[in-house]
Design a protein around this ligand. Structure first.
Ligand code: ATP
Length: 454
């Protein structure tokens, strides 16, 4: 059980040696200044949950100097001194937030990896921060500002001359360990979701990723926050709205990038949280079917859709809204330009499909109809057209869009034609004939060109 496991031995057994070395150097640099240094957030959670080796991509550290560092903050000073031992790391210092980051890129031996160092906002006290009785209040405050108990755990990395046993001590002020054991997502105070609505989606993301439930009281806070009008908070007239919208967009993106993303979308629906994005938004069974279909089509098109999936999935969800609302939401959420373009072109594509692709259109006609549109937009269209048109779109994406004319421009030149305006028409003519199965080999294609254009 987690309570019986010493976090110290977990750090020892779970962290790869280079990361252990990094934490050791960071702790030594902090100790040399009489500061306290803590590992906080996701890394502590994942360490405690770890069955075996975890692949860490990020450490969040909090340094507490007891107010003794300069204006730029202890985080900046500490990061700079750590960077001296890691010349390959990129150092970023944000003086105004008193935070800093060290970033190792793909090619370095730690990379890709980043380590954020925040400065605990502590009062100045007339004792060195290394005096643990006093310093604990500022790390506690720092952790209290966090989202969930399981993300508000800290490990003290520094020791103190008189009490070296504190090194590796787990700080659990809010029952995080118990919640990890009970598999619960719990906020730290009733106003948490109202204070920061992105936490609604973070709660859902962690619950579905870890297979956890929302603590009952937390669920009530969440639903109260939604009922109190999160959507209005995100509306344009509030000065914080654009930043909030872009953070909401990021959380939705992270959700769709999760392995268990469909589970997460269902949880958003169960909790009634879609209305934070738009009052009329929901995920009825028809939307869920459309989303699953779009995901399958995307995967068929590109087995590693990577970052391409999340915008399309959100676009499919928005299709249930009237056109003007779709565009408005896409703009407010600051969806990528491609999304906004697709949602703008969507109606025209659907119209064109129903005008041009009824019955049994020839492949060449299908290609002419669909060529102006991107595969992603066609997937979006596919969720809204009739079954027969959908089958045509599928064949276009799988086969017809890739068909090359039986002979190319080089052959036309060999045949004695000179490159010019007519070339385009000739190649289109051959492509149509190839698509429609009217030529089966290059020789007959050449013959057809001569018959038609000579
Ligand atoms: P992941 O494994 O997805 O990176 P993480 O826990 O590291 O999970 P981050 O989004 O990187 O998540 O955030 C790091 C830490 O910062 C969290 O563990 C949490 O303590 C805190 N945090 C992040 N976002 C919020 C928020 N909106 N409100 C409060 N605390 C937050």
């Amino acid at each position: 059980s987690i309570t019986k496991t010493s976090i110290r031995s977990l750090l020892e057994s779970t962290l790869p040696p280079p990361l252990k070395g990094l934490l050791k150097i960071a702790a030594q640099q902090a100790e040399a200044r009489g500061w306290q240094l803590y590992l906080v957030g996701g890394a502590v959670r994942d360490l405690l949950l770890a069955q075996s080796q975890v692949h860490f991509r990020e450490f969040d550290l909090v340094v507490d100097s007891g107010g003794t560092s300069d204006l730029q903050g202890a985080g900046g000073e500490l990061a700079r001194s750590i960077a001296e031992d890691f010349p390959e790391a990129q150092l970023q210092i944000y003086g105004e937030f008193q935070t800093a980051a060290l970033i190792w890129h793909d090619e370095s031996h730690l990379g890709p990896f980043s380590m954020d160092i925040a400065t605990a906002r502590s009062e100045f006290y007339p004792y060195p921060a290394a005096n643990p009785e006093i310093s604990v209040s500022s790390i506690r405050q720092d952790l209290y500002r966090r989202d969930f108990s399981i993300n508000a755990l800290a490990v003290r990395l520094t020791g103190h001359q008189n009490s070296p046993q504190q090194r590796g001590e787990l700080l659990d002020f809010f029952g995080g360990v118990e919640d990890l054991e009970q598999k619960l997502i719990r906020v730290l105070h009733p106003n948490s979701f109202i204070e920061d609505p992105t936490r609604i989606f973070r709660a859902i993301r962690f619950a579905s990723r870890l297979g956890f439930s929302l603590d009952e009281q937390t669920k009530i806070y969440l639903q109260t926050a939604i009922a109190s009008g999160i959507y209005q908070q995100t509306e344009g007239n509030h000065h914080k709205a654009p930043a909030l919208q872009s953070r909401l967009r990021n959380e939705l993106k992270y959700i769709v990038q999760e392995v268990h993303w469909l589970r997460a979308l269902a949880l958003i629906q169960d909790l009634g949280a879609w209305c934070c994005i738009h009052p009329d938004l929901a995920m009825p069974p028809s939307s869920l079917r459309a989303i699953k279909m779009a995901a399958r089509w995307l995967e068929a098109l590109n087995p590693e859709p990577g970052d391409r999936r999340w915008p399309i999935i959100l676009e499919v969800l928005l299709l249930q809204l009237p056109e003007s609302a779709r565009l408005k939401v896409a703009q407010k959420l600051q969806l990528p330009e491609g999304s906004q373009m697709r949602l703008g072109q969507f109606q025209a594509l659907v119209q064109r499909c129903s005008d041009q692709l009824q019955g049994h259109p020839s492949p060449s006609r299908v290609v002419k109809t669909l060529r102006p549109y991107s595969p992603e937009l066609i997937i979006l269209g596919a969720v809204c057209v009739s079954v027969s048109v959908r089958a045509i779109l599928w064949r276009y994406l799988q086969i017809w869009q890739h068909v090359q004319p039986m002979i190319n421009g080089a052959t036309l030149i060999e045949m004695g034609y000179r490159p010019g305006k007519k070339f385009r028409a000739m190649l289109d003519f051959i492509l149509d004939a190839t698509l429609d199965g009217q030529v089966s080999d290059p020789a007959s294609a050449q013959q057809m060109v001569r018959q038609r254009f000579d």
